[in-house]
Design a binder for this molecule. Structure first.
Ligand code: FE
Ligand code: FE
Ligand code: ZN
Length: 276
């Protein structure tokens, strides 16, 4: 089995997200640690965090996958942007301590013209500044579609970042199906081959979570436009094979498809139906 859920809004607090996901029928979820386009985040109320943790345990939820802000760019050429990114990362990880065992995923960044090599160096430098041996959060680099100067467009780039991080046991990867496809990995025609390649370069033991999205564009398009399950270029059969793949079992699958609540509920039940 896999854990299935979608993105939820943190507006009404943490325990409220858990109750919403119970209503939706899922058993994991994601949320933006702050406004995805930037800005501040509210402090965690300890009682609210404790209520969510109790709900997660009682209902056998899988690990949550908190998502860092899109504006966080650890390898920006602009020093202010880069410093802000590091500050967001640090504060987000401090908050994650309320949810031990959960994941924090983020977009590695965009090198903004400095070159991939420099990007890799700067992302690793930021991670080396914030990861601690005692933390109970695994930090996940997201596989990216490769729009513009986006980093994390290949398994090789992700490996290169991981290789430069001292506490690399705190690092993993979030496998976004839309992004991987858009980056040029054919998970429709050769899922086994792509996962094998991932295993050789990064190791499947580093694949902690999946962003489960169909794509509006063909393989290799570098576009990053998500589509509803089964309505894009991946299609229902390929998405089903991904959800049932032995290498991906017991992991949280997060829907980031263009849906309202009722659309998410429908997709969660579609995925649950595959597992029956
Ligand atoms: Fe993402
Ligand atoms: Fe994603
Ligand atoms: Zn995306």
């Amino acid at each position: 089995m896999i854990y299935i859920g979608c993105h939820l809004s943190v507006t009404n607090g943490y325990a409220a997200m858990g109750r919403t996901m119970l209503d939706f029928g899922g058993n994991t979820f994601a949320y933006f640690t702050r406004n995805p386009r930037g800005g501040n985040s509210k402090d965690v109320i300890p009682e609210d965090a404790a209520a969510l943790n109790a709900l997660l345990t009682e209902n056998r939820f899988g690990p949550l996958v908190a998502h860092g802000s899109y504006t966080m760019n650890l390898c920006a050429s602009n020093p202010v942007t880069k410093a802000n990114g590091l500050d967001m990362l640090k504060k987000d990880l401090d908050r994650m301590a309320f949810f031990p065992g959960c994941f924090y995923n983020f977009h590695p960044g965009a090198h903004t013209g400095q070159g991939a090599e420099k990007g890799i160096e700067l992302i690793a430098e930021a991670l080396n500044a914030v990861l601690t041996a005692g933390m109970q959060t695994t930090v996940l680099l997201e596989t990216m579609a490769g729009k513009g100067t986006e980093m994390g467009r290949s398994f090789e780039e992700l490996r290169a970042i991981i290789d430069r991080v001292t506490l690399s046991e705190k690092l993993g990867v979030c496998f976004d199906t839309c992004h991987v496809w858009d980056a040029g990995y054919d998970i429709v025609g050769d899922l086994d081959g792509v996962l094998h390649r991932f295993d050789e370069l990064i190791g499947l033991d580093r694949l902690y979570a999946v962003h489960f999205n169909d794509s509006k564009n063909p393989c290799g398009s570098h576009k990053d436009r998500h589509e509803k399950l089964g309505e894009g270029y991946l299609g229902t059969e390929a998405m089903r094979r991904i959800a049932l793949h032995p290498a991906l079992q017991n992991k949280p699958f997060i829907l980031e498809t263009p849906n309202d609540d009722s659309g998410y509920i429908k997709e969660i039940h579609t995925v649950l139906g595959w597992m029956e």
